[in-house]
Each structure stands twice: as structure tokens, then as C-alpha cells.
Write a protein that binds this ligand. Sequence first.
Ligand code: NAD
Length: 517
Amino acid sequence: MSTTTLKPTDIQAFTAEDFSPPDAFVNFCTNGGQPLDSIIGGKRVPGSMNAAIDVINPGTKEVLARVAEMGYDEVNLAVECGYQAYHGGWKRTSVEERAALVLKLVELFERDKDVFLACEILNGGKVSELAEGDMGVVRRSAEYFVGIARKALFGDSVAIRVGKRMNGYTHVEPWGVVAGIIPWNYPVVLTAWFMMPALMAGNCIIIKPSEETPLSALYFAKLAEEAGFPAGVINVLPGRGELTGKFISEHPGIRYISFTGSPGVGQAILQAADKHGTRVKREMGGNGSAIVCSDADPELVARMIGRNVNQHYGQTCSTIHRVFAERSVFEDFLEASQGFFKELVIGNQAKRGTQLGPVINSRQPQRIMEGIAFAKAKGADAILEGGHALVPGCDGYYLKPTLLRSPTGSNCNPSEVFHAFVNVQPVDSVEQALQFANNTLYGLGSSVWTKDLELGQRIAKQFRDGTGQVNCHNTVADGIPYAGQGISGGPGGGVSCTDTLRDYLQTKAIYVSEYPG
Ligand code: NAD
């Protein structure tokens, strides 16, 4: 590991460049004045409910597109088309045939990267620095799972003698039709994380994007057709969770569901799917913590933590909402944090210099305000109050950052708040910090900040989270599972690792005995 000599001032929040949408995005969204249809079995399907959803720019409330909402009939149709494609040939494709199509899709994605950037920036509300970073995930995820699939065992294992006249072996095959239910905060990344392993395992897929951000999934479906995927292999069904999502989770023909979203919805999906035996893996929200040790430079670490807290304005699943700082560095850390958050440039996400853009929809401000009020009622003092922010000329959902200071041992924000919201607490020791950090039902990602890498690793291993980090946060890498514990995730192998491909495959035991005659 190389040591870097960063100065505090080197560390800045993710920042926007000016962004204007390409014509291809505008034309795609305009769609001749008609709502964008779903793509089912290679056809554009307007939906039997005759309902459409406005897809907005949260920074201006401008309607970017209208998208048709899919109902029960379309979920049924997608399952049917998926099985037709599966049994009609997709099941028998080789890994190399699937790899060629997946990599062609990536090539087309890169050709039209500006359209996807427009989806992330204008519809998702992200600043360009972060949105650009998301784009690289698509190729990395595709190439990673092509590599894993090339080494995976499909079909029959070597038979072993299991009885006097009996052999046994395993048979590994795809589930058939699987669904991915995706949230709004990282639509391109999370669609890729579902789509690449599910397709490389040999399944036909149904993507249910968030009703807030359905555009990139629909554009992926358009590119899939151009790439040459057979009709029915990739189906995209936009709609609200309580309708389209619910119908998916209640459909017995879908053999596996990969859900990413909030714990409450994940629990509901698990219950619904369990009634008919559909397996479910869930990657859900967090309430991340960071421990600042007494040997850390409080100013440097405050800015590093601040950058991570403000990644997508705190709308990142494992964002840090709780900081425990040892007393000797606490006051300096708090002061430096205040400086960082006060400096954040609040503005439209498509304007150069913006660092804190809009939250995704009209419901989020209420939820965030409730989180702030709850923490204050439990004894937290506001260093930075949060609350609505005005951005001249932009009628969007803008909020100021919130920095709270709370008494040692108080559990002031037990739930994910999902904004640039951080509650800092003084602690007497690292062990005490660990105890407080683990006093939560969540378990996605936490970090410890120290010069002592031995101590850091010891602490990182004791978090009750799926991911423990030393001097970094919001970290993911192909080959290392990203998976929550507690109400943040499971079961399943997590994303982006060898076990992920296994999640999309079923293993059957086959026994063969000689004929008893
Ligand atoms: P959400 O749970 O409200 O929605 C996620 C998806 O589920 C959407 O497509 C939605 O339409 C659908 N849905 C909603 N109700 C449903 C129902 N009853 N049945 C079936 N589907 C339903 O989450 P969100 O607000 O879109 O996203 C934010 C949440 O996602 C946060 O909690 C965040 O931490 C979490 N998240 C987790 C990860 C991770 O990898 N662990 C990654 C990104 C986001």
C-alpha cells in the first residue's frame, strides 16, 4: 500500500461540470409525444392499465419524459416471453455466445454514454463527477462476470459412486426467468450489477427500474435489441413498486428476484415471494458509521468523511450518518466538518461547481426533516440545521446539509436518513466507539480512520457490517462481495463476486441407480 500525502484542502466534495443533454436523450424522452413503452418479448408494450408516470428532473421539476406503467397482464406477458426465449434457445447458448452479446451491449453503452450520463444527471440528480464514475462500472462488471462465467461449472459435475449400484452428480443450470428490482440512486450501476451476472449465468431477465429513474433501463433495452439479444431475453417493465413491483414479487413463474432498495420494501418482497417459493436476494439500506481515532489528523479526516457523507448528497446506500470521534480530536474534527459542510455549493446538478444538488422527489425532504427532528428530540444539537434551500431560478428539491453533535452513548439517528446528514459524538475509546457503532439493526458499511493500520483492521473486522473499511468508505470492488448484514441485506452471496454468479444458478442433485431388474 503506498502512502499519500494529501493536504486537507486537496479533498473536495464531488462537483458538477456544466451539462446539457445530447439530442439522442431529448429525442428518446420526447418519443413523438407518446409515453415510453415497456420492452417485453422484443416489442414495445404500452400497458393495459393505460397509465403513465411523469419522469422529472428533481433540480427543476421539469417533466423529462412520460413512461407507461406496467400492470399484472404485462408481468405475466414478460414471464411468458422470458420462458419462450429461454426454452427457445437462450438456455442452450454457450458462455462465449452470451459473452459476445454482453460485450456488444457494453460497446453500444459506451457509444451512447452521453445518454446514460443525461439519465443520471438530469433525472437522477447527480453531479457529473460522480455520474462519470458510474459509467465505468458497466464495462468492469460485464468483463468481470464474463471471466467468472468462463470458469464456472455449468451442467453436470463428475459423477461419484454413492451406493452399491448408484451414482450421484450435480447439475447446474440457470433459474430460467429472474427479475431485478432496482432503486433510483444508482440506476446504471445497479442495473449492470444485476444484469451482467444474471445474463452470463444464462437467465432471461425482467428489469423493474424505479418509477423515479426508469430511463436508463429502457435505453439499455433499446441497445440490447441493437446488440442482437434474442427477443424476450431482456425485458424492462417500468411502474410503481406497489403495482408493478408487487406483481413481480407475487409471480410464481419468476424463479429468482434480486432486490436492491430499502429494508421495509425488501422485507415485504421476501414475504410475498416466499409464499410461492421464489428465492430472493436483497441488498438494502444502511446507516453507516465512521470511527475517528485519536491518532488521526482531524482536519484531513473530517474532509475525507465529509466527501463520503456527501457522495450523491448522502443518497448512497452505505453513507455515513454516524461519526464517533475520540475526545482528543473531537472538537477539531467537528470544527473541520462544519467548515466542509458549510462550504458545499448548493445548486442545480447540471451547473458547474454544484456540490449539493437536489434530493430525488417531493417525499424525501419530509423524511429527512423527520430524521433531523427525531435526532434533536433525542438530545442532538444542530451545528448546521439543514432545512430547505433556495436555488435561484431552479424550482427543485434542495436541502441544506445537517451536522449534529450528540451526547456520548445517545442513539439519535437509528434509521437511514439519506441526505448529507451526519451526527457526531465524542467517545472515550475506540472500543466504546465500536460498541455504539454496532448498536444498530443495519449492517452495510462502516469505517475506521487511523494511522495505525493494524488497529484499523482489527476494528474493521468487528463491525457488524458486510463491509469494514480502514481510511476509506463507500468502497466496492469486483471480486469482493458487497453484501449487507442485519436488515441491510441477505440472503445471497452479495454483489460483484464469484458467489453472485452462483445466486443466478440452481444446483440439482441427480442420482442414477442401475435398473433393479
Ligand atoms: P425502495 O425500497 O423504495 O424501492 C426500490 C425498488 O423497489 C423500486 O423499484 C420500487 O419501485 C420497488 N418497490 C417498492 N415497493 C415495492 C413493493 N411493495 N413490491 C415490489 N417492489 C417494490 O428504495 P428506493 O427509495 O428506490 O432506494 C433507496 C433505498 O435503496 C435506500 O434504502 C438505499 O440505501 C437502498 N440501496 C441499497 C443498495 C445496496 O446495494 N445495499 C444500493 C442502492 C440503494
